[in-house]
Write a protein that binds this ligand. Structure first.
Ligand SMILES: Nc1ncnc2c1ncn2[C@@H]1O[C@H](COP(=O)(O)OP(=O)(O)OP(=O)(O)O)[C@@H](O)[C@H]1O
Ligand SMILES: [Mg+2]
Length: 319
């Protein structure tokens, strides 16, 4: 059984005058020990999917259908109390703006100890200190940061603390939503290396939402490509990045500069995302796809497996 099995997930944001279908029939399987990258341009529904898994979408303005089976339990039906038991212990997340998730008026130690005590009733000062010390070691931070306030730390140090916090209870799955995007490349690569080591040592499963293909190439064994709320391609990173099959994945990869070969202008993908408040009967990418045929505008393509574990949703098949 997969650790996380998302089945036909639809998520709609309900606004006064319109609705946005941010996740449209998304099905994705994450096995224990996987490190899966979720890529796709801005607005394609990556964070919405992650927030839905974490139970963090506002219930009054979103409508969700489908199933999200995590360790066999359907998260779509889970109550807030149910999520409170899962979060931190089994499911954890780090977001891009971690600075905002730490309290500015408390020292790092207090914030770490408080979280620990909520989930470990009766933990004394020594147990808290031992826990904090071990976590800081894991993310390569000195013990001295415990006595500092968040504003006294650099962005990279705060991201490390957020990663440390999310590892506190050895969760089965951690979701990193652009957790290293705002960092300089040196700090980013250090954090990613540490994360890979931690993953290898403790078998944590990782979902990494990123815009950076280099992060996917270096840190993820699998990749899922999203466009306009739909998954368009999933597979092993080594295969998808070298022989992308969906025209959107091909366009996305052609939008990244390479260091090798002759200098050439970046291709990019002309056009922009379709309006997600309207019904799109065919392929969501058809209007920007250089290969689109008539069928692509009228019929929704089905995810088809071309090789074990490698799927794409394109009527024109592998190209
Ligand atoms: N709270 C909200 N209310 C209404 N619409 C929203 C809300 N949050 C996101 N959306 C819409 O849902 C769609 C998907 O947004 P989402 O944030 O999931 O994309 P993303 O892939 O994470 O983008 P980015 O790479 O920029 O973070 C977008 O059209 C966005 O405008
Ligand atoms: Mg996002």
């Amino acid at each position: 059984m997969a650790l996380l099995e998302i089945k036909n997930l639809d998520v709609r944001y309900i606004m006064k005058e319109r609705q946005v279908l941010a996740c449209d029939d998304v099905s994705l399987s994450v096995e224990e020990g996987d490190s899966i990258g979720i890529v796709g341009e801005s607005g394609s529904g990556k964070s919405t999917m992650a927030m839905c898994v974490l139970g963090l979408l506002p219930k009054d303005t979103t409508r969700t259908s489908g199933e999200i089976l995590f360790q066999g339990e359907d998260l779509v039906k889970l109550t807030e109390q149910g999520f409170a038991k899962l979060r931190w212990k089994s499911l954890s997340a780090v977001f891009q703006k971690s600075m905002n998730s730490l309290s500015p008026v408390h020292k790092v130690c207090k914030q770490m100890f408080d979280i620990y005590r909520v989930h470990t009733p009766g933990a004394d000062e020594n147990a808290c200190k031992a826990m904090a010390g071990a976590l800081l070691d894991k993310v390569n931070l000195p013990q001295s940061v415990l006595n500092l306030y968040p504003h006294q730390l650099s962005g990279g140090m705060i991201q490390r603390i957020s990663i440390a916090l999310c590892l506190m209870f050895d969760p089965a799955l951690i979701i990193l939503d652009e957790a290293t995007t705002a960092l300089d490349v040196v700090t980013e690569s250090q954090i990613l290396r540490e994360l890979t080591k931690l993953r290898e040592a403790s078998g944590i499963t990782c979902m990494m939402i990123t815009h950076n293909m280099a992060v996917v190439a270096g840190s993820c064994d699998k990749v899922a490509v999203m466009y306009a709320g739909r998954l368009v391609e999933t597979g092993m990173t080594a295969r998808v990045l070298t022989e992308p099959r969906h025209p959107y994945t091909q366009g996305l990869l052609a939008s990244f500069p390479t260091f090798e070969g002759k200098k050439q202008a970046l291709k990019g993908i002309p056009g922009s995302l379709p309006d997600l408040s309207g019904e799109i009967p065919g392929c969501v990418f058809a209007y920007r796809c250089p290969h689109a045929a008539e069928r692509c505008f009228n019929e929704k393509p089905v995810m088809t497996e071309h090789e074990p574990g490698w799927k794409s949703a394109c009527w024109l098949g592998p190209r």
